[in-house]
Ligand binder design. Structure first.
Ligand SMILES: Cc1cc2nc3c(=O)[nH]c(=O)nc-3n(C[C@H](O)[C@H](O)[C@H](O)COP(=O)(O)OP(=O)(O)OC[C@H]3O[C@@H](n4cnc5c(N)ncnc54)[C@H](O)[C@@H]3O)c2cc1C
Length: 533
């Protein structure tokens, strides 16, 4: 299915050659990539620009759960849960190499907890209907201990088991972008949009810079969508007349921290969910790509950041709560990587003269007077529903001609093939049906890195070449953070691989690639991920 190497120079040349696109999308996270695919699958001509790398923002920093949102059920928001359960099933069907169902257990330490949460989860099953991933079950204390080998046994009275899904977020965003490209979309990373262009007061295109060559390009489009997540206000600011006052911000950022520890701290095949920690938050321990993710927090921040840092109190909170539920609890020295994502929480507001409507409590689509379309909020799981909402609104406003929805509900993504669970360490299984192309590249059996606990090979020379030739990777960070997830799994090991990856990329990308600078900047980033505040 892979259409051969993706040449960056050829992509820019195609962009220059096109007179106009139906849709220019700014931002290559879950929202932008999902929209690019939906629009391309409907036959629209699409150009997507990502300032850094696909999923560099929030979309590589999620807890990686495909979920209906049990807590929205508790709030009585049945429509939202039903929509997310539908989307959960769609991702599992369309990207089986990057997503799988995952059993969760909520341990109970108070007599009423199993009954209370269990009844809610039974309702969750009912809402999922035919899309249910498995029945909710009430567990005795001994059954709970069997499924959660390292759970704190003191005071344990039972538990509830239920099902949701999990996925590899950065690779899913990439698969969306590449599937859109296979359907004719022009998708470019390292391509920041620096200005919006207007004609007769209407936004009719963007100015975009090729960050690798420094050249600027003007792109005409009937419709421009701002899908920049926590950065939507910066782009909306570009839409302001020079003398107009700044608009109040749409997004209130809030950060969530994850700590990654060895699988030995959470052995077994079940994730842990604590629905209400001491201060009312949710705590997860999720087996993922051979390690365990612990998280997360929800801390309001004043500014948006490209590489947000964990606060000491957030780390203390996660380790402290983990110590209450894990019999053998991780210490600071056991943390292999710490990463932080920023949620784009949308402030309710009605902009003067703008057509604004919160399509659901989770995401917002806003079309300004100039025709600039802004979409933000929501969650990873519902990216496809968000894309459908955006296109429906654009068509209703006459920005795009009408085309029927529903084309991506069952549309296999590039590489789609049943594979191993993504609980296993990263490896060739994440490439699905593309693995044969990978195996044909030089260095397919030259393994650069192995998982420390299982000894399984996780990164090969061929994977680096594949990232450069077929996945638009242009830096050591692109490879080690988002093509292979080593930075998120074990920052010290990722730093150790930087030189080798830089050398292979130099062979692949040619003289324009500054290997020394790419390695140095990645080492600096890996030091941040590997060090607790
Ligand atoms: C801690 C945490 C945990 C989460 N866990 C889950 C979960 O388990 N399950 C779930 O379903 N959801 C989860 N979410 C929510 C989910 O991650 C987000 O809703 C989703 O990733 C947002 O995607 P986005 O594309 O809107 O934003 P982003 O991923 O941030 O993408 C925006 C992109 O725009 C780019 N950009 C910015 N300015 C420009 C410009 N001028 N030109 C070009 N590009 C630009 C940025 O570089 C960025 O890549 C979680 C969120 C957080 C914070």
């Amino acid at each position: 299915m892979n259409g051969g190497p993706l040449e960056r120079v050829a992509l820019w040349a195609r962009l220059e050659a096109a007179a106009e696109h139906d849709l220019a999308i700014v931002g290559g996270g879950a929202t932008g990539c999902g929209l690019a695919l939906d629009a391309a699958a409907r036959g629209f001509s699409v150009a997507l620009f990502e300032a850094d790398d696909f999923a560099k923002g929030t979309s590589s920093r999620a807890t990686k759960l495909l979920h209906g949102g049990v807590r929205y059920l508790a709030q009585g928001d049945i429509g939202l849960v039903r929509e997310a359960l539908h989307e959960r099933a769609s991702v599992l069907a369309n990207a089986p190499h990057l997503a799988n169902r995952l059993p969760f257990v909520m341990p109970s330490y108070r007599w009423w907890e199993s009954g209370f949460y269990g009844m809610g989860l039974k309702a969750y099953d009912l809402l999922a209907g035919a899309r249910s991933l498995g029945d909710t079950q009430f567990l005795s204390a001994s059954q709970t201990r069997e499924l959660l080998p390292n759970v704190m046994p003191t005071g344990l009275s039972g538990g509830v088991k239920y099902w949701d899904g999990q996925f590899d977020d950065a690779r899913l965003a990439l698969a969306l972008a590449l599937t859109a490209a296979a359907r004719g979309a022009l998708v470019l990373n390292h391509a920041p949009v620096t200005a919006l262009t207007r004609e007769a007061g209407q936004v009719r295109g963007v100015t975009v810079r090729d960050a690798l060559s420094g050249t600027e390009h003007r792109v005409r489009a009937r419709c421009v969508v701002n899908a920049t997540g926590i950065w939507v206000d910066a782009l909306r600011d570009m839409d302001r007349e020079a003398d107009a006052p700044r608009r109040p911000p749409m997004v209130a950022p809030s950060q969530g921290v994850h700590l990654v520890v060895d699988r030995s701290f959470w052995p077994g095949e079940h994730a842990l969910l604590v629905p209400k920690t001491q201060d009312g938050r949710v705590l997860f321990a999720v087996p993922w790509l051979g390690k365990t993710i612990l998280g997360t927090t929800d801390t309001p921040r004043d500014t948006v950041q490209h590489e947000p840092r964990a606060l000491p109190a957030e780390v203390q909170f996660i380790l402290g709560e983990a110590a209450r539920y894990l019999a053998r609890a991780p210490q600071r020295a056991d943390v292999r990587s710490v990463w932080v994502g920023m949620r784009p929480l949308v402030k309710p507001q009605a902009e003067d003269g703008a057509d604004t409507k919160a399509l659901s409590r989770e995401h917002t689509v806003l079309i300004g007077r100039s025709g600039l379309v802004t979409v933000t909020g929501g969650k990873w799981t519902t990216y496809r529903a968000m894309a459908e909402d955006v296109l429906t609104r654009c068509m209703a406003k006459g920005l795009l001609p009408p085309r029927p929805a529903g084309v991506t509900d069952r549309l296999p993504l590039l590489g789609a093939a049943p594979g191993r669970s993504i609980m296993a360490p990263p490896g060739e299984h994440l490439y699905g049906s593309e693995a044969s192309t990978l195996q044909a590249l030089p260095g397919a059996t030259r393994w650069l890195s192995h998982d420390a606990e299982s000894g399984q090979p996780v990164l090969s020379e061929a994977m680096v070449r594949f990232a450069a030739r077929h996945e638009l990777a242009a830096s050591v960070e692109d490879v080690l953070a988002r093509r292979c997830r080593l930075l998120f799994l074990d920052a010290a090991e990722a730093a150790r691989q930087a030189d080798a990856v830089g050398a292979i990329l130099a062979e692949e990308l040619g003289p324009g690639f500054d290997a020394a600078a790419s390695v140095a900047s990645f080492r600096q980033l890996a030091a941040q991920y590997g060090e607790l505040p």
